[in-house]
Design a protein around this ligand. Structure first.
Ligand code: ZN
Length: 238
């Protein structure tokens, strides 16, 4: 499994950091967790066929996680007609809004597959499995556990706080990698969670520069725990 951080910024873009979007590649299939920035041009620039996109999973409906979605949906709808992505949103009203936008621009909907996330096992195409864990960041928000090729990765999505809604499964299940946000609280709050988690590798994503001093302290204090910062374009092979 290869994970590429297309957008690693928090609620607002930073210089050279777009809003939240992570691409996962497994055996030529492409999946996205969140789409806070435009991805069609990213795929074209990287030479990836749009038809390789099998599914999109959105953690919650805030714009920094969804603002690229209408562009993706629109281009798949009228131009990349061989593409067959499944778009999974946490709330039905997000789908209604997306369909309404396409209708407003005068394009007929061609029946792209969509669905609403439910807590628990939410997707399994035989190549990639996704399990959703409810969080308390917004009215309906999720963390995702992604499994493929014998590896398991946690995407926290946005949290209310590590001491409130960090998925407790990490205490029982080994995670090859945990991808954790750091926009809404000091990353030092992760220390007790990381100490208990069955994982040794963390990438901090969706971080605010406000917390840079605390991020450096976290990385230093938790050695030899492998904690790194995501940047746009960072690729990780598992
Ligand atoms: Zn966010």
């Amino acid at each position: 499994m290869r994970i590429t951080f297309v957008g690693s910024s928090h609620g607002v873009p930073e210089p050279n950091r777009k809003c939240a979007c992570t691409m996962i590649e497994v055996k030529g299939n492409i999946y996205f967790i969140d789409m806070g920035c435009q991805v069609i041009e990213e795929l074209i620039t990287r030479g990836k066929p749009i038809e390789s996109v099998k599914a999109v999973f959105v953690t919650h409906m805030h714009g920094d996680h969804t603002n690229g979605l209408i562009s993706f949906f629109d281009l798949c709808n009228w131009y990349f007609r061989a593409a067959d992505p499944l778009i999974m949103l946490p709330e039905e009203k997000g789908l209604t809004a997306m369909f309404g936008w396409i209708e407003a621009n005068g394009t007929a909907l061609r029946g792209i597959r969509t669905g609403v996330i439910n807590e628990g096992s939410t997707y399994d195409d035989g190549t990639l499995k996704v399990t959703a864990v409810r969080t308390e960041h917004s009215e309906v928000s999720y963390s995702y556990i992604v499994e493929a090729e014998g590896k398991r990765v946690l995407f926290t999505g946005d949290l209310r706080g590590p001491d409130v809604d960090f998925p407790q499964l990490v205490k029982e299940m080994h995670m090859d990698l945990m991808i954790c946000e750091s926009a809404h609280f000091s990353p030092l709050k992760y220390i007790p969670v990381f100490e208990e988690a069955k994982a040794g590798r963390v990438i901090i994503n969706h971080y605010s520069m406000t917390w840079m001093t605390d991020l450096i302290k976290l990385m230093s204090d938790m050695r030899p725990y492998d904690i790194r910062l995501a940047t746009d374009g960072l690729e990780v092979e598992l």
